[in-house]
Ligand binder design. Structure first.
Ligand SMILES: C[S@@+](CC[C@H](N)C(=O)[O-])C[C@H]1O[C@@H](n2cnc3c(N)ncnc32)[C@H](O)[C@@H]1O
Length: 274
């Protein structure tokens, strides 16, 4: 991760606002299975191994926590870690009434737990942010017991294809395409297996968005992704110009086709610890 990527991650997750907006966009405009992705992940893992202790690395706003509690309301100890103090505060509030829940601030590359502490260890939609992805997976495996499961949900290399293409197009119009080094998701469904010590199982789900107006799509882009397209040096005026250009294109598609559909894939890597 470059210095600017680290800054982007720190700023993105200093509060839960941007992440909540994106989760809400999924809830309202998501296509594909209506079942929550974390419910799917939990059910799939529960079919392999009944857990007693679960670790959620880079837990964010606790999406996986809620799915785990849906399946296991009053058993299974749940531990969340996140490097952002803002996220940890949100997580602590979420587990406040839960005698089997806890949330701590920690980094994925140095987890404050002894070896073989957990039955399930998840690192969902977060490995693309860590500087040493293989190192973080090795650390997840270290704290997982033998026979336990390490799981990592992630996106396609170019998630939300049509939105991504519009973001790149606008960056190009502003002479800024290539300004940002991480145009592809670093840990993605195509390359993710190569970061594991042996071949993990790979499960893929089709999804995306269908928007009937441009505003929610623009809010989604403005919550962070547009800065990825424009690169770290972009100023507010360039962000506004890019969003205005994109709005014109989306409005035109909606007038022609009635809606703007964005395709994406997400999925899960699953590895049983030897
Ligand atoms: C896209 S969010 C995903 C949150 C949650 N896992 C989910 O899927 O909803 C990424 C999260 O990873 C956290 N994060 C990023 N780098 C991290 C690191 N090196 N160690 C621990 N957490 C990290 C961020 O603070 C953020 O909460």
């Amino acid at each position: 991760m470059t210095g600017s990527d680290a800054q982007y991650v720190a700023q993105q997750y200093s509060t839960d606002e941007a992440l909540r907006l994106r989760i809400e966009t999924h809830r309202q405009y998501g296509i594909g299975s209506k079942e929550d992705l974390f419910v799917r992940v939990t059910r799939l893992m529960a079919g392999r191994l009944a857990p007693e202790r679960v670790l959620d690395i880079g837990a964010g706003t606790g999406g996986w926590y809620r799915a785990i509690r849906q399946s296991f309301p009053d058993r299974v100890a749940y531990t969340a870690v996140d490097q952002s103090s803002g996220m940890v505060a949100v997580l602590q509030e979420a587990v406040q009434q839960d005698p089997l829940g806890r949330a701590l601030q920690a980094d994925a590359d140095a987890l404050p737990f002894p070896e073989a502490t957990f039955d399930w260890t998840g690192a969902h939609f977060m490995l693309y942010h860590v500087p040493d992805i293989s190192g973080a997976i090795a650390e997840a495996l270290r704290v997982t017991r033998s026979g336990g499961l390490v799981a990592a949900a992630t996106n396609a290399a170019q998630p939300y294809r049509e939105l991504w293409e519009l973001g790149d197009w606008a960056a190009c119009e502003l002479g800024r395409l290539g300004a940002q080094s991480s145009q592809r998701v670093r840990f993605n469904l195509d390359n993710g297996a190569s970061f594991f010590p042996h071949e993990p199982e790979r499960i893929v789900w089709e999804g995306g968005f269908r928007f009937d107006a441009s505003e929610p799509a623009l809010r989604y882009l403005a919550s962070g992704p547009i800065r990825h397209h424009l690169g770290p040096g972009a100023d507010e005026a360039q962000v506004t110009t890019a969003l205005t250009l994109i709005k014109g294109r989306i409005d035109k598609i909606i007038r022609r086709e009635g809606s703007f559909t964005v395709h994406s894939q997400s999925g899960l890597f699953l590895l049983e610890k030897d």
